[in-house]
Design a protein around this ligand. Structure first.
Ligand SMILES: C[S@@+](CC[C@H](N)C(=O)[O-])C[C@H]1O[C@@H](n2cnc3c(N)ncnc32)[C@H](O)[C@@H]1O
Length: 395
């Protein structure tokens, strides 16, 4: 039976493709054809939304208005939360359908060719797998997710659309050795370093594209090409992007929160002119700082973020060794922000130094950074692999 949805969605998918083209996120005609041909609503029949109080509700398609809003959202450049663990406090996001514009940017950067075999880490809804199947044929597409429920649902929905990629439930950090080699590996989740086993599963000339996050928020999309038996190298994408982290177990948080006892001795106070919201607003400064701070850091707000609260909140940073910093978001008469910090390391000073370094380096964007991966070490560099500006990634 044909429903009104069957006649409505193709125009909406074409509109989405046009919007992505106009905003510079889609230019390859083959990926444009895939966006127009894949019914995202079949793979994302519902999603969760969070209100200001933090409560999550499922999209409601039982009313005409609810259905209209759902369809608009599906065929817009929106990330949609599609799997939640609701038995934890707060509920934990387990999966989402990535913004289509981020997907098309990544798929274009992947540079696939006819006949390529591609492994995706992070099947989620299967929407990206469907785009890949449209482009390469199902036989060339492999996709894994750590959540068994997501894999079985995606398999069913993809089959209904005529796509039959190889889908496997497993921890994607090991790749999919039984089906290797792949020409390309694309991860739609973030890793603290590129697993060497991914590089081993592409031939020389093959590429791995992933979100590299050496600490929360610290890093972005990077594409490395295997250049030899023991080496892969490449550059970061010019635009910042962020994915949820790789989990080792189904249902787990993606990164264990840094345990921290705030060391209250020897509190030091000073004023700063560096933006307190650097971890969210100045991604490269934060990235540079993260090499010194290390992977385990909790970032958040202390105090009320309500606009009518008596005083503005503090940005709060804590690391497991007891180091902490609180930076007021309020501006004093002298135009700065009050900083209080304690513990063995002065966290805010590390960020101020990273800010100075970024200025000294002429404020580089992501595309001036690159990554070299070998079986034993990974190094981020500025401009060239042999640059004197290099930062090893702790593994
Ligand atoms: C942003 S979602 C992927 C979106 C997906 N590509 C789509 O089109 O809907 C990230 C996915 O990574 C999965 N994931 C997390 N850790 C993983 C792991 N170790 N191995 C494989 N998948 C993992 C999550 O379960 C989640 O479904």
């Amino acid at each position: 039976m044909t429903t009104s949805l069957d006649t409505e969605w193709p125009a909406l998918a074409r509109r989405l493709a046009r919007d992505l083209e106009q905003s510079g996120k889609l230019s390859d005609p083959a990926w444009r054809a895939a966006v127009c041909a894949v019914p995202r609503h079949e793979l994302v029949p519902d999603y969760f939304q969070q209100d200001r109080t933090g409560t999550w509700t499922r999209s409601d398609t039982t009313t005409d208005e609810g259905r209209r809003q759902w369809l608009e959202k599906i065929y817009s450049n929106s990330v949609l939360i599609t799997a939640l663990r609701q038995d934890t406090r707060p509920p934990r996001v387990l999966s989402s359908s990535t913004q289509p514009g981020l997907m098309t940017r990544m798929l274009q950067a992947l540079d696939v060719r006819e006949g390529h075999r591609v492994l995706e880490i992070g099947t989620g809804t299967g929407y990206n797998a469907a785009l890949l199947c449209h482009r390469l044929g199902s036989a060339g597409v492999y996709s894994v997710d750590v959540e068994p429920g997501l894999i079985s649902t995606a398999r069913k929905r993809l089959r209904h659309l005529g796509f039959t990629p190889t889908l496997v439930t497993c921890d994607g950090s090991a790749g999919l050795p039984v089906h290797a080699p792949f020409d390309r590996i694309i991860a739609t989740c973030a890793v603290p370093a590129i697993p060497w086993t991914w590089v081993e599963q592409v031939p020389v000339g093959g590429a791995v594209l992933t979100d590299l996050k050496i600490a929360p928020n610290a890093g972005s999309l990077v594409r490395v090409t295997r250049t030899g038996l023991n080496r892969a190298e490449g550059r970061f994408d010019s635009t910042y992007a962020a994915f949820m982290g790789l989990r080792s177990q189904p249902g787990e948080p993606d990164r264990s929160p840094a345990w921290a006892h705030r060391d209250a001795t020897s509190i030091e106070r000073h004023m700063t002119t560096v933006d307190p919201q650097t971890p969210w607003n100045s991604m490269i400064v934060w990235f540079l700082a993260a090499f010194d701070i290390g992977p385990d850091i909790s970032i958040g707000f202390a105090g009320s973020t309500d606009t009518d609260a008596a005083r503005p909140p503090d940005v709060s940073l804590t690391t497991p060794d007891g180091s902490w910093a609180r930076i007021s978001m309020g501006i004093t008469d002298s135009g700065g922000h009050e900083v209080a910090q304690g513990g063995p390391r002065r966290l805010w000073q590390i960020i101020e130094s990273a800010h100075d370094l970024w200025n000294q380096l002429d404020r580089p964007g992501w595309d001036r950074f690159g990554l070299t991966v070998t079986p034993s070490e990974q190094t981020v560099w500025l401009d060239q692999p042999d640059s004197p500006r290099r930062w090893p990634i702790a593994q």
